[in-house]
Design a protein around this ligand. Structure first.
Ligand code: PLP
Length: 389
């Protein structure tokens, strides 16, 4: 099957100078120019508050819900607007049962935004956290997935993990993990921050209880935004705060002090306070429209295509790479062979304006549609030079 989308580099859609090799979207995604323009316009509008009407408190938010729902195959009314992954995970921890003696399953070296609320929940409920460590081998993906499946048992109350690992792009088979969690009555909480936008995700296939993605990486949106799809387990839950706009009838600004205990429809109750963020939501909307316009599958395919020569070169230089079946295309680790001079590699990367993440003895490479073969070749050259010394 051929997938539509970029057949050429989309650098012109971004304000990235020609001499910058930005291969670090996993750290922070750049805004597309369309989002930049939406942001400038949004800031300007704050200078003319008389042009902001009551509908503006609702309409942009709802369009943003719709775009995110479209990306993951969910319903817009199941999407809540959050400021961070940690906020979404705290909401999940407040609402999902973790009885005394039960286990919460996490991955080793999972991003802390999807860890600390679970530690607290376990402490407070006398439950325990089971951390599934990465097997000690370069190609650990298959075995790591098996370990996760084996760790989910009749004691498990919650499984909270990402679609891919943020440090090295190991893929987790959420369809299999979700099926096992469901069969044993455990909830599945997914952090899609490092994947949604750059690889397909399907609510229908995974059947999670909650999926969150921060806006500022692969959704190419602004910082301090996150989108959270929440399933049936959250249809009657308790939000972290009691926002007025989350109440039934809040459209009627005249009647706001006719207090009501009833919440608005869907997952609106979980929205963060002042969720109609007039400066950031128009930017996020434009970013989501851009990502949706290209499509996560075609973004993944573009990344796959431009990184093939780098992977071949890295392997021939002795760098360790995960097996293709268990490695994301838009984010992957290169484990260094003996003899790489890390200091020299750092210098080379800086001098040649190549941006990747260097973590311990691994490089995290995370391209996107604004990258081309030249960016990736520059990195391959730097790797070769670092090995040659
Ligand atoms: C996997 C993952 N989740 C979440 C985040 C961000 O978490 P928060 O929105 O709580 O700052 C990051 C940031 O690097 C991440 O890599």
């Amino acid at each position: 099957m051929t997938v539509g989308g970029p057949r050429e580099c989309r650098r012109d859609d971004f304000s990235i100078p020609p001499d910058i090799h930005y291969l670090n979207c996993a750290y922070m995604g750049p805004l597309p120019r369309t989002a930049e323009r939406a942001g400038a316009e949004a800031i300007r509008e704050k200078s003319t508050p008389w042009t902001v009407g009551p509908d503006d408190f609702f309409e942009t938010s709802d369009r943003v819900r719709g775009h995110f729902a479209g990306l993951i195959g969910g319903r817009p009314e199941d999407v809540a607007l959050h400021p961070s992954v940690s906020y979404a995970v705290a909401t999940a921890a407040r609402n999902l049962p973790a009885p005394s003696g039960s286990a919460i399953v996490l991955l080793g070296e999972q991003f802390p935004g999807n860890v600390y609320s679970w530690h607290r929940l376990a402490r407070e409920n006398d439950a325990r956290v089971v951390t599934v460590a990465r097997p000690d081998s370069v190609t650990a993906g298959a075995a790591w997935n098996e370990r996760v499946l084996a760790a989910i048992d009749s004691d498990t109350s919650i499984v909270a993990l990402p679609q891919i690992h943020w440090t090295d792009g190991t893929i987790f088979d959420l369809v299999a993990i979700g099926a096992r969690a469901r069969a044993l009555g455990a909830a599945l909480v997914v952090d899609g921050t490092q994947s949604i936008g750059a690889m397909p995700f399907s609510i229908e296939e995974v059947r999670p209880d909650l999926v969150v993605a921060a806006g500022y990486k692969w959704l190419l949106g602004p910082y301090s935004t996150a989108l959270t799809w929440m399933g049936e387990r959250f249809s009657d839950g308790v939000p972290l705060e009691e926002g007025w706009i989350a109440r039934e009838g809040s459209h009627d600004f005249q009647g706001l002090v006719d207090y009501t205990d009833a919440y608005g429809p869907g997952r609106v109750r979980y929205d963060v306070g002042e969720r109609s963020n007039f400066a950031l939501l128009p930017v996020l909307e434009a970013s989501l429209a851009y990502v949706a316009g290209l499509g996560p599958a075609s973004i993944r395919n573009w990344c796959d295509r431009i990184t093939q020569p780098l992977l071949a070169r890295a392997r021939s230089l002795g760098f360790g790479v995960e097996a293709d079946a268990w490695r994301a295309r838009h984010l992957f680790g290169l484990r260094m062979p003996e003899g790489v001079d890390l200091g020299r590699l750092r210098e080379l990367l800086t001098a040649r304006r190549i941006h990747v993440s260097l973590r311990g003895t691994a490089l995290r490479v995370s391209p996107n549609v604004y990258n081309d073969e030249g960016d990736v070749a520059a990195l391959a050259e730097a790797l070769a030079d670092s090995v040659a010394g």
